[in-house]
Design a protein. Structure first.
Length: 171
């Protein structure tokens, strides 16, 4: 499901799609995102397939607010001087993941173990992205809406046609 900021956005329909385990493309404060509810492991797997992204590279997460963020990561580990200054905003923090988050969204570590068990998350200032996460009822994956290794889309017309075709084929 693709929603254009040029049309009247039906956030309620997009949120229903997400709650059913669907995948949507939506604008964020950085690039267009390809997202699903982070708690839906099958939908997360679908994102990896659509992007042709190795599962060893965890997807970033986007939350509507601190409460939603705290449901998927341990916010008490976040440096408060950063969250107070930069959230909501495009700053992603690598924080310990809460149990129940799909394994593919959690870092296995870098050999040193410093990143093991952590997930990258930001609280979005984008009104549409935040509203979509609120209506869907949880944090979303917010990987850029492009095939792995290709340029991310900042504008609707930059979206990768191959990715759009693969998403449309899902039904």
């Amino acid at each position: 499901m693709l929603h254009s900021p040029c049309r009247v956005l039906d956030c309620a329909a997009a949120a229903r799609c997400l709650r059913r385990g669907g995948v949507v493309i939506f604008p964020t404060e950085t690039f267009y995102g390809l997202g699903c509810l982070a708690a839906r492991a099958q939908a997360v797997a679908r994102i990896y397939q659509l992007k042709r992204r190795p599962v060893q590279r965890p997807l970033p997460l986007l939350a509507a607010d601190a409460d939603q963020a705290g449901a998927v990561v341990c916010l008490e580990a976040a440096p408060s001087h950063l969250t107070e200054r930069f959230w909501p905003g495009p700053l992603s923090l690598l924080l310990p993941a809460r149990p129940g988050l799909p394994a593919s969204l959690v870092s296995a570590g870098d050999g040193e173990g410093a990143t093991a068990g952590k997930a990258a998350l930001r609280v979005s200032p984008h009104p549409l992205a935040a509203r979509l996460a609120r209506l869907a009822g949880g944090a979303l994956t917010a990987s850029s809406a492009n095939l792995s290794g290709r340029a991310p889309a900042r504008r609707l017309e930059e979206l990768d046609r191959e990715l759009l075709a693969a998403l449309a084929a899902l039904g």
